[in-house]
Design a protein. Structure first.
Length: 249
């Protein structure tokens, strides 16, 4: 059994919180690359289905766009290509200029985004929804808020399944649109279906008087084990190491 599948939901939530903090605050290239590589390694050893290379390929276009925007508009004085109209530098950052500082910043942002996208399926793919809810409630979180988290994660899988169903139905009808036209054809029925499901869920919750009691009971109560405490300690060490790399300490 893979390590992440053996961990308690609270342990994975704690690690996800530390990882999110790192993704938000890391601003050096070495730390961002280390963070991305660490997430890729975690993904490879977690046993979650889906290719890491496929995820990175899907992010290539977005990463290229982010890097291009940062090279054009981020502040800096080291030019790869000098501005075509230097008099507009104070206003537009130099039309046609490409800066080294923008390139570095764009690569850092792309690495942080890749780390998040690679790790997210690890958490959602190894943690059952009831485990997330019971783990949050055992930490003192109100069960109504815990239910919001579980519904959010459930809708991620639901949207993925519904998108596949919509695309297969469109292919059976001979639709061969590509690019933005194909995306619009998928998004509109997907959004309408999500609104209907949200309405049905609301009616079902109201009919069962969800939230009328301050507390609720659980069939199974999660318990932390030694492996969870060791992993939490390792997560703290990992967090400190990335911070030290980021600030060159």
């Amino acid at each position: 059994m893979f390590l992440f599948s053996m961990l308690d939901a609270r342990t994975k939530l704690f690690f996800s919180l530390l990882l999110t903090l790192l993704i938000l605050f890391v601003d050096k290239l070495a730390a961002a690359v280390c963070l991305m590589i660490s997430c890729i390694v975690i993904r490879l050893v977690s046993g979650v289905t889906g290719s890491v290379i496929g995820y990175i390929k899907n992010l290539t276009l977005l990463a290229a766009f982010i890097i291009a925007v940062q090279m054009l508009f981020a502040p800096g004085e080291s030019y790869i290509i000098k501005p075509l109209f230097p008099y507009f530098i104070p206003v537009l950052g130099g039309i046609g200029s490409l800066k080294w500082e923008g390139l570095m910043l764009g690569v850092i942002i792309a690495c942080r985004l890749a780390a998040l996208m690679v790790f997210l399926p690890v958490f959602t793919g190894t943690t059952p929804l009831h485990g997330i809810a019971s783990g949050l409630c055992s930490m003192g979180v109100n069960y109504r808020i815990a239910f919001i988290f579980t519904v959010a994660f459930n809708f991620v899988y639901l949207f993925k399944y519904e998108a596949v169903v919509i695309m297969n139905a469109q292919r059976l009808r001979g639709m061969r649109k590509t690019g933005l036209k194909a995306a619009a054809g998928i998004l509109i029925p997907l959004i309408l279906g999500a609104m209907r499901k949200a309405r049905d869920s609301s009616v079902a919750m109201d009919s069962r008087a969800f939230g009328i009691y301050e507390k609720r009971t659980w069939i199974d109560k999660p318990e932390m084990r030694k492996i969870d405490y060791f992993f939490i300690a390792g997560s703290v060490v990992f967090f400190i190491c990335i911070i030290l790399i980021n600030y060159n300490l």
